[in-house]
Design a protein around this ligand. Structure first.
Ligand code: NI
Length: 377
């Protein structure tokens, strides 16, 4: 029998960055094949999908398999052996949970099929979810479920909410150009720094008045550059920042709105503005029915007290792309050891989990898959 804690520790020792997860993919393929299943590796050579069951309705369980470019600073026997790479977001746990659920489901007579989706490159932009979709692996899937580690939640608990549970994060760059000139004669040219500063402050201001404040849209510049000399008006200036938003409808409108506002703000000065708006991920928006089903599965698997409400986070998660196509829900898996007062956050070099969360996650995913198959029959 596969010891899931050994699997998790093996993955933890050998973390791989997005689109480089070859060893992880082959370890998973070996476990699945040994259980009599037929995994299919994705076209890029990392990530895989594997169906349990041969006919009937189809539901999916998704795990992400990639690690982060961070140094592992833990002093544990299963510490990362790869310099500068670490499973600091718990994707090793998600992967082990979905593997465990698949192996458990493979022992049963199923009223349908469960597709295990081991997705690569969640931490990257664009994320691996888009590859899974492009390869058609969600076609015919009637519901999809996933878990993400939550270090704020005690092990044994599952956090869940209907509607948005993560946020959108996009990259915005505004590039202004003009003829340049002498600072003594701004009226004869385009005062580019002035125009840039107008956009730097005016754009976030205008967004705060034109977008519903409840959408939580927040544009923050992280980099501003223009000019070389105090008495020369430069020919080019650039602003770079991130736009985060809690609401999906507002996210959809953001690129057009940003473009229109930038052009309006620079028009009086005559600067030429080019806006590059790079989509990151939309918010994960949990489907209400799928959330109810997942919540019921949590209560069946773990008891009434295990299910707790959770808040929308400002983090991004590419599970969101699946929910554009298929109803589903993502829950938060408690990984905080009982009694630990100040848990480490995700993406910190000392982040670790209480490994009993793995068995908890497996029970929830098995129950969710069975309940979903029952519901779509
Ligand atoms: Ni993550």
């Amino acid at each position: 029998m596969t010891d899931l804690i050994d699997v998790r520790r093996d993955l933890h020792r050998h973390p791989e960055l997005g689109r480089l997860e070859r060893r992880t993919t082959s370890v998973l393929a070996d476990h699945l094949t040994a259980a009599g299943l037929s995994p299919k590796v994705l076209a890029g050579g990392t990530g895989l999908v594997c169906d349990v069951g041969t006919e009937g309705p189809l539901v999916a369980l998704r795990a992400d398999i990639d690690a982060l470019p961070l140094q592992d600073e833990k002093d544990v026997p299963y510490r990362s052996t790869v310099d500068g790479v670490c499973h600091a977001c718990g994707h090793d746990v998600h992967t082990t949970v979905v593997l465990g659920a698949g192996l458990e489901l493979a022992k049963r007579e199923l009223p349908g099929r469960v597709r295990l989706v081991f997705q690569h490159a969640e931490e990257q932009m664009p994320g691996g979810a888009l590859d899974v979709l492009a390869e058609g692996h969600l076609e015919g899937v009637q519901a999809i479920f996933g878990l993400h580690c939550d270090p704020a939640l005690e092990v044994g608990r599952i956090g869940l909410k209907a509607g948005p549970i993560t946020a959108a994060a996009d990259a915005v760059e505004v590039r202004l150009t003009g003829p340049g000139g002498h600072t003594s004669r701004p009226h004869n040219t385009v005062d580019l720094v002035h125009a840039l500063a107008t956009v730097a402050t005016g754009l976030p201001d205008a967004l705060s008045r034109l977008v519903d404040p409840r959408a939580g849209m927040c544009l923050v510049w992280g980099k501003v550059s223009a000019g070389n000399a105090r008495n020369a008006i430069p020919r080019e200036g650039v602003l770079e920042g991130t736009l985060r938003v809690l609401d999906k409808a507002a996210w959809q409108q953001a690129p057009d709105l940003v473009e229109r506002l930038v052009q309006g703000l620079v028009a009086p000065y005559g600067a030429r503005a080019v806006v590059s708006y790079e989509r990151g991920v939309p918010p994960v928006v949990n489907d209400p029915s799928a959330t109810t089903l997942l919540g019921a599965a949590v209560r069946t698997a773990l008891g009434e007290a295990a299910l707790v409400p959770t808040l929308q986070s400002l983090g991004g998660e590419d599970f969101a792309w699946y929910l554009d196509h298929v109803p589903g829900a993502m829950a938060r898996l408690g990984v905080r050891p009982p009694g630990a007062e100040r848990p480490l956050d995700l993406h910190q070099p000392l982040f670790d989990v209480d490994e009993s969360a793995i068995a908890v996650g497996v029970r929830v995913m098995v129950e969710a898959a069975l309940a979903a198959l029952g519901a779509v029959l």
